[in-house]
Structures are given as C-alpha cells and as structure tokens.
Design a protein around this ligand. Structure first.
Ligand SMILES: Cc1cc2nc3c(=O)[nH]c(=O)nc-3n(C[C@H](O)[C@H](O)[C@H](O)COP(=O)(O)OP(=O)(O)OC[C@H]3O[C@@H](n4cnc5c(N)ncnc54)[C@H](O)[C@@H]3O)c2cc1C
Length: 324
C-alpha cells in the first residue's frame, strides 16, 4: 500500500479546520498500513498554505493554476482524478463539507472507487476500507464494509478527529503541473459573500453560556443572559431554541449553525445531539447542566451538574456577580 491522499480544503486564503483533522486521521491510517499521508493542495498563489501544511505532513502535492483559485468541483475533479491515476493512493480523504459533498460522488463514479460519506471512523481490514457512520440523528452507528478495490474515497465528518500539532518544518513540497487545458464555464465562481454577522459574533467569544430546549421556554433567557454577561461571556443556543423563536439564528451552535471553540462552554438543558456537539466539542472546558444523568452531553463534558437548571442558575448568578 502506498499512501493516503488528504484533499486540502481552503477558502479565502485560509486552510479550513477539516483539513488538519483529516491529516491527523490520514496519518494514523497510513502508518497502520506502513504507508504515508500526502496533503493535496489545489489552488492559486498557495505557497504559504503549502509551507504551513509541510509542518504537519511529510509530503504536500501542489497544483497551482489560476482556475483553481476558488473551489470548483468540476475542475477539482479533473485535477484530483489525474493525481490519483498517477500516484495511486489507496485512500483519498475529502471533507464532508459543502465542497466535499459536491465533489466526492462524481469523483467516485469517474474512478470506479467505492465512496463512504460522512465517516466518523475509518480502518482497513484485509485491504478493504471499513467505515463507521452515525445514523438516525446519532442514535446508531452503522459499520460499513466496502468491496475490494484498488482505491477508496471517504468523506470525513468535521469535528470528529482532533487536529495534530505542527511538527516543525519538513521539506516535502512537490509541485505538479496542472492538467487543466481549458477553462470551465459550466460552473463558475462569481463572488464570495460572507454571511453578515448580526448582533454578537459567538464564534469569537471566550465564554459561552448556551441554552437548549430543556429551559422550557424563553422566560429564563434574560436571567441566563445576565449570568453570561457577568462571566464576561455571550449567550448561544441549540437549534430547537431558534426553531421556536426564543433566540435568533446567529446564536445557534451546530452543524447548521456556528462552530465555536471558546475557553468555557456551559451547556444548559442541551441533550448533546451530534449535530450540536460536533460544533462545540473543540471548546477548552465544557460544563453541562442537565437533569438527565444519561444525557449524551455528559460524554463530552469536563464537568457535569445533574440537576434542574432552575436550581443551578440562581447559584451561578450569585457566584458570577462582579466576576466580569
Ligand atoms: C440536518 C440537521 C441539522 C441540525 N443542526 C443542528 C444544529 O446546528 N444545532 C443543534 O443544536 N441541533 C441541530 N439539529 C437538531 C439536533 O438533532 C437536536 O434535535 C438538537 O440539538 C436538540 O436540541 P436540545 O439539546 O436543545 O433539545 P433536546 O434534545 O430536547 O434536549 C433537551 C435536554 O434538556 C434536558 N432538560 C429538560 N428539562 C431540564 C431542566 N429543567 N433542567 C436541566 N435539563 C433539562 C433534557 O434532559 C434534555 O437532555 C439538527 C438536526 C438535523 C436533522
């Protein structure tokens, strides 16, 4: 077995977290197979990104082409399929993101390789890819076995693997000529529009107090927000809280909301569905308040309080007074 390819996801000159997570997953898988992992970077003017990646993996394959400046699944597929044909990696990892979901299925058809999407676990048994997918809202794990193939594709769920730390500069940047001959006008990038941040930007907060459906209604929110403010933090929430119009959408943490990594995340009346946890488990310290001791949020919490939040908030409020 040769190598694991990790497709680098970048946007607006920044490498996205999923890339570092996949590099870690790729490195672990590759070393178990006696192979190595390779970051595959497609873009334009990406020298700085390549140098950053070279501190985390032994090899970075770079294709520079002005047409690759912004993600375009048709062009990415053309370049990636030619690199796969040349280097024959036994596995190619792609983020289970809007980019990856646009690219991986048609790449799989073109290459004739099995594809497993949204993986939360990956391994090889007798040279076949085995993958774990979380299904039915995280209630079950499906163990997927693939047919024998000379190559496999997998999209990796963001937030599942921890990114490894940089290991110092390595000299493994390899420039590859671009195979793109002509421009592609079927699908073209027009403009990048950052979603406007109305009100508070919860992604920048160091302390987040987040409320879930378990608070029972909007009534406790002002008191909980006061606690958040006294701690020098901001208020966030789970999706049902937004669906019920208790708080606006920009406060939502989760796969269809914001990803946050504060120093402290206090989850109040939040069960811990993966759609929520994925986007907050990178927090330094997680404190959960939930009256159900079996709530999954306690699996990721550093500290847990099993109680009705109504008993806990007044105590927190008292303790938080003047802390800001
Ligand atoms: C495609 C898709 C995308 C999604 N995106 C997101 C997303 O971005 N963000 C997100 O959060 N969810 C998202 N969800 C929804 C997700 O699956 C869960 O339904 C949701 O996270 C649950 O929210 P919750 O924990 O607030 O509510 P619940 O699951 O209802 O949990 C409430 C918790 O409060 C506890 N509780 C009840 N009363 C009290 C009390 N008095 N004191 C203390 N604890 C109490 C209960 O024990 C329970 O654990 C998504 C779902 C899908 C299908």
């Amino acid at each position: 077995m040769s190598q694991v390819f990790v497709l680098v996801e970048h946007r607006q000159g920044k490498i996205r977290d999923i890339t570092y997570e996949m590099l870690q997953a790729g490195e672990t898988l590759a070393s178990k197979q006696g192979a190595s992992s390779t970051a595959v970077l497609l873009g334009h003017d990406v020298k700085a990104l390549a140098e950053d990646l070279a501190t985390r993996t032994s090899k970075v394959l770079v294709v520079e082409d002005e047409n690759l400046k912004n993600f375009n699944s048709i062009l990415y597929q053309k370049v990636l399929s030619s690199l796969i044909a040349k280097y024959q990696p036994f596995l190619t990892l792609i983020g289970h993101t809007a980019f990856g979901m646009d690219l991986a299925p048609s790449l799989s058809v073109e290459m004739g390789f099995p594809l497993v999407t949204d993986c939360i676990g990956l391994s090889f048994e007798e040279n076949r890819l085995k993958a774990v997918r979380s299904v039915y809202g995280g209630k079950l794990n499906a163990h997927i076995s693939t047919r024998e193939s000379k190559g496999y594709l997998a999209t990796v769920r963001p937030g599942v693997y921890s990114p490894g730390a940089p290991e110092g500069k390595k000299d493994g940047i390899v420039m590859e000529p671009s195979p793109l001959q002509e421009r592609n006008d079927i699908k073209k990038f027009i403009e990048y529009i950052e979603a406007p941040i109305a009100g508070e930007d919860i992604t920048q907060a160091e302390i987040i107090v987040s409320v879930g459906q378990g608070i029972g209604g909007p009534e406790p929110i002002p008191m909980i927000e006061e606690v958040a403010r006294s701690l020098g933090g901001v208020l966030a929430c789970s999706r049902p809280v937004v669906d019920r119009n208790w708080l606006p959408k920009e406060r939502q943490v989760g796969i269809s909301g914001k990803t946050v990594k504060p120093k402290v995340y206090i989850a109040i009346g939040i069960s811990g569905a993966f759609q929520h946890v994925t986007a907050m488990q990178g927090s330094e310290t997680i404190i959960a308040i939930n009256k159900d001791p079996r709530a999954p949020i306690f699996n990721v919490a550093d500290y847990g309080i099993v109680d009705d939040f109504q008993n806990v908030i007044p105590i927190l409020k008292e303790k938080a007074k003047g802390m800001k």
